[in-house]
Design a protein around this ligand. Structure first.
Ligand SMILES: *Cc1c(COP(=O)(O)O)cnc(C)c1O
Length: 381
């Protein structure tokens, strides 16, 4: 949670209907036997975990994915039902909590499976869980050649229902990446072998947004899930996947003009005087900066929308303020006018992918930062 006092000038608006529309667009391009486990970790990438999870369930999502046990517990407290995959598995002392809230942690060692089995025994329940295998990203997961022995050992433990084999792709966003192809092959071979040995593993999953949008190598066959995150919010995992599916941005970020003022040719604008007007001009001072989650790396690169027209950021983004140029605006905007830093205003739109490109980062980071730092309102049913 942000410890910064949110500015009254700034507002993040979340369009839950856009999330539902993106869900439907993804479901449309998936094989019918693949369900969706919408990824709502990190407060749904800044969009609000509980409202987004509710809307996704309402739209028909088979499952949800979170990073941590606490996030899953929070969803349960808000009445969310159905499978909740915990992608980072069990933290210390969290096995009982995972069982109690009927979460489905992704596990990577016999020790994890044993902890969960003991907790299930103590609570007199059966605990769902999944085996996470490292197919070539070197982050979490048991080594591929150890996966089958671990699955066989874990299957002997009492009180466990191992319902999926899962892995994660390192380069899925880029179209037809050879590393994604290699990882998919390792994964599909393992899953095929496990199923031949009689493990059904119906909630198995490999693909996030990248794997869904860029799968010339084909998703592994049979029942399973995909784990899309960024595409549900209207962003792309990589610019090369543009045009594969129609998505709408779910987050809008608005601020206000705090000042409108002239600047003479050659004047110093903002910290470091990194921009000087080539001729006399008008400037607008926007009441949002990097403490509001607006990226400083967008200095001298981004644009904002005022009265439906684009205004370039001039000079460095400050902590609470950013200067834009109002050259050519007629009528001239006034103090208090709405400024759109992300999303639509009239016919114009600044997408998360566009803002991320200006800021030399990825859309994920943009929405996480904006969502955490600002007041937030929800629209849509
Ligand atoms: C965050 C995450 C996802 C979702 O990725 P997107 O690119 O946002 O679709 C899927 N799987 C795992 C393991 C993740 O950590």
């Amino acid at each position: 949670m942000s410890r910064v006092s949110p500015s009254p000038d700034n507002l993040v608006t979340i369009d839950l209907d856009a999330v539902a529309a993106n869900y439907a667009a993804l479901a449309e391009i998936l094989p019918p036997e693949q369900g969706l486990a919408g990824v709502v970790k990190a407060d749904a990438y800044g969009h609000g975990m509980v409202p987004v999870a509710r809307r996704l369930k309402q739209a028909g999502a088979e499952a949800l994915s979170v990073a941590q046990v606490d996030e899953g517990a929070l969803l349960r407290r808000h009445g969310i039902t159905g499978p909740i995959l915990v992608m980072m598995g069990l933290g210390p002392g969290q096995a009982a909590r995972a069982v109690k809230h009927q979460l489905t942690p992704m596990l990577t060692s016999l020790e994890d499976f044993s902890r969960l089995s003991r907790a299930a025994g103590e609570l007199g329940r059966t605990a769902a869980c999944q085996l996470k295998v490292d197919t070539g990203m070197h982050r979490l997961g048991v080594a591929a050649d150890q996966a089958m022995p671990l699955l066989l050992e874990a299957a002997e433990l009492p009180g466990l229902e191992i319902n999926g084999l899962v892995s994660h792709l390192a380069c899925a966003g880029e179209l037809d990446h050879p590393h994604a192809r290699r990882q998919t092959k390792v994964y599909a071979t393992l899953l095929g072998e496990a199923r031949l040995r009689g493990f059904e593993l119906p909630l198995s999953s490999l693909a996030g947004s990248g794997g869904i949008l860029a799968p010339p190598w084909g998703l592994p066959g049979g029942p399973g899930l995909v784990r899309p995150g960024i595409t549900l919010y209207g962003g792309l995992p990589h610019p090369s996947s543009e045009g594969r599916v129609e998505l709408s941005g779910a987050m809008r970020f608005t601020s206000r003009l705090a000042a409108v003022r002239p600047a003479a040719a050659g004047a110093c604008v903002s910290y470091g005087c990194t921009w000087k007007p080539p001729e006399d001009t008008m400037l607008g001072v926007v009441a949002a900066g990097y403490s509001d989650g607006y990226p400083r790396s967008a200095s001298n690169r981004a644009e904002m929308l005022i009265n439906g027209q684009s205004a370039p950021v001039r000079g460095r983004v400050c902590m609470n303020l950013t200067v834009v140029e109002l050259k050519g605006f007629d009528p001239l905007p006034r103090v208090g006018d709405e400024v759109v830093l992300l999303g639509r205003q009239g016919e114009s739109e600044i997408t998360i992918d566009q803002l991320a490109q200006w800021a030399d980062t990825i859309p994920y980071e943009i929405t996480c930062s904006l969502g955490a730092a600002n007041r937030r309102r929800f629209s849509g049913s």
